[in-house]
Ligand binder design. Structure first.
Ligand SMILES: NC(=O)c1ccc[n+]([C@@H]2O[C@H](COP(=O)([O-])OP(=O)(O)OC[C@H]3O[C@@H](n4cnc5c(N)ncnc54)[C@H](OP(=O)(O)O)[C@@H]3O)[C@@H](O)[C@H]2O)c1
Length: 239
């Protein structure tokens, strides 16, 4: 059976690495992102693996875009893996100066969109014992000065994911959290404007984790939280 995955924010950074791992494993991959040119470039990159790639351009907060992403999976025959990776950083700075209405942008991108995509995807995932992977951050659990609003959205995503993992168990759908760790990406550079971030690893450092994750029985890892760059991790041990 053709395996199908959907990766939001699959046009660059971590999402492109996850999509590459899935394509190399033979998945047909649906990728999302706002910039159509970047998305087309990513689709060309991914199609080198011989798998079909379906780019769907648009903002993840747009209901029509979310419907198009799920319709693409339905037309392909179903969905095995949903990766909610696209995210907004928002302003980094002290919470006393935070422009609270900006939560009105951060929460729909980081929390609302993953939940709506999950709602739309569950009927497809249920037919295939599917896996939902929600990308979180250590900012969800540690109190980093300046990172409060972004961290609050990721903390909300973590609670929703753990709750979904229990609610969806009897439908055969699993959900997990993955903290990818610091990576040299556009989002990370935006968090440290003008700073040299060359000491951070490229997102490709997480590839061994993704290969390990997609080897697992989804039901056996349901509700777990993984740190992809954890040292001495199971996925870094020789087989
Ligand atoms: N980098 C780190 O150090 C780090 C650490 C911990 C957690 N994370 C998490 O890892 C994930 C990936 O981050 P990254 O560092 O790879 O970021 P990135 O390089 O900036 O990539 C973000 C991706 O999401 C897409 N995207 C962003 N907003 C979107 C929207 N509203 N609608 C649709 N697509 C959207 C982007 O494409 P467009 O801009 O074209 O839309 C891009 O494909 C995020 O969930 C982030 O919170 C990153």
């Amino acid at each position: 059976m053709n395996r199908i995955a959907l990766v939001t924010g699959g046009s660059r950074g971590l999402g492109l690495v996850i999509a590459r791992v899935l394509a190399a494993r033979g998945y047909t991959v649906i990728i999302g992102g706002r910039d159509p040119d970047a998305l087309a470039g990513a689709a060309r990159d991914l199609s080198r693996h011989g798998s079909a790639v379906v780019p769907v351009a648009g903002d993840i907060t747009d209901p029509a875009v979310r419907t198009s992403l799920i319709d693409a999976a339905r037309q392909l025959g179903g969905l095995d893996v949903l990766v909610n990776n696209a995210s907004a950083l928002g302003p980094i700075g002290p919470m006393l100066g935070f422009d609270v209405p900006q939560f009105g942008r951060l929460f729909p991108v980081n929390v609302g969109a993953p939940l709506v995509l999950t709602q739309l995807a569950v009927p497809l995932l249920a037919g295939r014992r599917g896996l939902i992977v929600n990308i979180t951050s250590d900012a969800a659990v540690a109190a980093y000065p300046g990172w409060g609003p972004y961290g609050a959205t990721k903390a909300a995503l973590e609670l929703l994911t753990r709750t979904l993992a229990t609610e969806l168990a009897d439908r055969g759908v699993s959900a997990v959290l993955v903290d990818p760790g610091d990576m040299r990406t556009r989002m990370h550079q935006e968090a440290f404007p003008g700073e040299d971030i060359s000491d951070r690893p490229l997102p490709e450092v997480t590839a061994p984790f993704w290969n390990w994750l997609f080897d697992q029985d989804p039901g056996a890892i349901r509700g777990q939280r993984f740190a992809a760059q954890q040292e001495d991790a199971r996925w870094l041990q020789p087989a």
